[in-house]
Design a binder for this molecule. Structure first.
Ligand SMILES: [Zn+2]
Length: 265
């Protein structure tokens, strides 16, 4: 999608994996979901002669924490807070079984390899960029959606990897249990992203369509309008929910109803 930046979109909730070419190999961000997709990605990279030299998970949700042994043993990073959250989750012996049980209700039951889930190293707090031999990848950490969530800015390629924000199909999903003021945390994160939006030509959400330069500010504004409506207890007019939702994404309206109830004044 930009020089040296590639994306693979999964059939599962349009999850996007991002590959950034560096000098000796690639950085792999949120690798993907099913075993066959991860295997296919490993094949493609092998054919291109580009080993994975670093991995990064944008946030501590299972669908962003996966890995495949054929992707190799490169260090996998996340923010310190992301890694600590994952460690907490996995210290509970039933965690993977619960994820597997949740997956039984999806179309990818039995297809997701959980062995290497969440084996990430936390970068020291305030780390400004991913330590690797490639284009500078700036870490923009905030508290929206999940603890230790990071957006990644590849400024010299004009690419913003947004994690689970700025989607054209998913509404903002707030971390309603993990923070004292999920609404303000979300608005603060949007301000951070807005602060870098001027130099961004391509925005990649964790789920949904890759957007061009016209989409960056549009999606920030759309997410902000949704969150403000939620704060005011109103039902927001939003193309991602209700009758105008894309086919297959009607379930997002249920998520919205849940958030409206949880955050009701
Ligand atoms: Zn998420």
């Amino acid at each position: 999608m930009a020089e040296g930046v590639l994306v693979h979109e999964s059939a599962f909730v349009q999850s996007n994996a991002v590959v950034v070419q560096g000098r000796a190999g690639v950085l792999l961000i949120d690798p993907g979901v099913t075993g066959s997709e991860l295997d296919c990605l490993a094949n493609d990279l092998r054919e291109l002669g580009r080993p994975v030299v670093a991995g990064f998970s944008t946030h501590p949700h299972w669908d962003h924490l996966l890995w495949h042994d054929r992707l190799g043993g490169a260090p996998r990073y996340g923010t310190a807070r992301c890694a600590a959250t994952v460690r907490d989750q996995l210290s509970d012996a039933g965690a993977k079984a619960r994820i597997a049980a949740h997956l039984l209700e999806t179309e990818i039951a039995g297809q997701v390899p959980l062995d290497l889930l969440g084996l990430i190293t936390g970068l020291p707090a305030e780390t400004a960029q991913i330590p690797w031999d490639g284009p500078e990848v700036r870490i923009i950490e905030h508290h929206a959606h999940a603890p230790g969530h990071a957006a990644l800015l590849i400024a010299e390629r004009g690419v913003l990897v947004a994690g689970d924000m700025l989607s054209d199909v998913l509404i903002p999903m707030l971390d309603v249990n993990g923070t004292a003021d999920p609404i303000e945390d979300y608005l603060a994160a949007l301000r951070l992203l807005e602060g870098v939006a001027g130099g961004v030509d391509i925005v990649v959400p964790g789920h949904g369509s890759v957007g061009g330069s016209d989409q960056v500010q549009a999606r920030i504004s759309q997410d902000r309008a949704y969150v403000l409506a939620l704060r005011n207890g109103r039902v927001p007019a939003d193309p991602r929910i209700g009758p105008s939702a894309k086919p297959g994404w009607e379930w997002v309206s249920d998520v919205h109803e849940g958030q409206l109830r949880r955050l009701a004044h």
